[in-house]
Design a protein around this ligand. Structure first.
Ligand SMILES: Cc1cc2nc3c(=O)[nH]c(=O)nc-3n(C[C@H](O)[C@H](O)[C@H](O)COP(=O)(O)OP(=O)(O)OC[C@H]3O[C@@H](n4cnc5c(N)ncnc54)[C@H](O)[C@@H]3O)c2cc1C
Length: 378
């Protein structure tokens, strides 16, 4: 078994990210649900500190750090606020970094490095678990390509500079990934109100015969985009787990500090054994899920054959663990944190959002099980 290690320069990036978050986050304004009101400016400010392309390869202008370093930064971002999930991360921009043509990378990677966002539009009103058979259609027209259809429950509909849209090619039935710049005529947005992960806008995208050039297909017409979707989420899902676990780790620290304060100021004489046991359980659950998340990110860097099973299961396990820890520990902090604006209450809503975003867990765990059956060795 090989051991993944961070280089000195990668530790420096992680430490710089922590310093930047410590400087910036306390100064941010929030609405009455505790949600940061201008996440886009945070992303820009982090990009100005060189945190826009941490694990984008150096030949494309990024810092060239490993997914393991990025995973640690994701944990830190979640610790400060789960909504910072792609504030120091190219996020779905990796679809373009890894699978784009030279021309597409030349156009969009500089946008990402400057703090621009890339959205992904895969889910449809009929369901998001079956991305392979979308009803959104891309067809060839004399003047290029035309896209028609509806995507729903999409994050970043108002902030993204460009969307990677998964659509079915009319003639061949193949799945295509098509780049649609946010200002393309015929692209219509309708906002929906989420209960969590509300920092970025969220809602529906309608494509009313939207025209894009043939060069907008990622990475070209030759190949079905199913493998692009899979390979991207194999990389991305451990990152999601790390953000959710960061949020839960903050709640853990907050609850421990609250109990300590009550002992110190005499409100309670000592913590009850039941509370201590809950803390012990939560701690080991967080630590083991974190190790799994880091192993998933490291495994991804090494392109192991079992990556798909690991990534799907780690996302489900990491987010479920974070959700359980936050729900279990909340009562220890009393009704104070049941108020909507509190960071504990917000974190619970955000972590719950992750039980849908980037894959529902029953489907992810079933995908992991299928992969394990396929690769089982007698
Ligand atoms: C905060 C948030 C952000 C999001 N951001 C994005 C985004 O940026 N881009 C994007 O494309 N999507 C996004 N999504 C959508 C997300 O990816 C989907 O919610 C997810 O993929 C599940 O799809 P669905 O909600 O349509 O559920 P469905 O696909 O309808 O599934 C619901 C349940 O039905 C089950 N099910 C499916 N098929 C069967 C069957 N045959 N028999 C029995 N049960 C079945 C599923 O396993 C699941 O448990 C976001 C969602 C949220 C909540």
């Amino acid at each position: 078994m090989s051991v993944a290690r961070l280089r000195e320069s990668e530790w420096e990036i992680v430490e710089a990210a922590e310093r930047a978050l410590a400087d910036i986050v306390p100064t941010l304004s929030r609405d009455d649900s505790g949600v940061i009101t201008d996440l886009k400016s945070v992303k820009k400010r982090l990009a100005e500190r060189g945190l826009g392309g941490i694990d984008i390869p150096a030949e494309h202008g990024g810092r060239g750090a490993s997914p393991l370093a990025q995973a640690l930064v994701q944990f830190l971002c979640g610790y400060y606020d789960v909504d910072l999930r792609d504030s120091a991360h190219a996020g779905h921009g990796h679809l373009i970094v890894k699978h784009g043509s030279d021309r597409q990378r030349a156009e969009w990677v500089p946008v990402m490095l400057a703090g621009g966002l890339v959205g992904i539009a895969a889910t449809e009103p009929r369901g998001g678990t079956n991305v392979r058979r979308p009803h959104t259609v891309v067809r060839r027209a004399p003047d290029g390509l035309r896209i028609t259809g509806t995507k729903r429950f999409i994050s970043r509909i108002e902030e993204a500079s460009v969307f990677v849209v998964f659509a079915r090619e009319e003639d061949t039935d193949a799945l295509r990934a098509v780049l649609v710049p946010a200002d393309t005529p015929g692209l219509l947005r309708t906002r929906l109100t989420p209960t969590g992960l509300a920092g970025w806008s969220w809602g529906q995208l309608d494509f009313d015969d939207v025209a894009v050039p043939p060069t907008a297909v990622l990475p070209g017409f030759g190949e079905d985009a199913g493998w692009i979707f899979r390979s991207h989420f194999d990389y991305y899902r451990p990152m999601v787990a790390m953000v959710a676990l960061g949020g839960a780790a903050w709640v853990f620290d907050h609850v421990v500090q609250g109990i300590r304060d009550r002992v110190d100021d005499g409100r309670i004489s000592r913590p009850r054994d039941g509370a201590l046991e809950r803390l012990g359980r939560a701690h080991v659950a967080l630590q083991s899920a974190l190790l799994a998340g880091l192993a998933g990110a490291a495994r991804n860097a090494q392109a192991s054959p079992a990556t798909h099973a690991w990534s799907a299961a780690i996302k489900a396990h990491g987010v479920d663990t974070a959700h359980t820890v936050v729900s279990d520990l909340m009562p220890l902090a009393g009704a104070e944190v049941f108020q909507r604006h509190t960071h504990v209450s917000k974190t619970l809503r955000d972590v719950r959002g992750f039980t849908y975003a980037d894959g529902v867990h029953d489907a992810l765990l079933a995908a992991a099980g299928r992969e394990l059956m396929r690769t089982a060795v007698r």
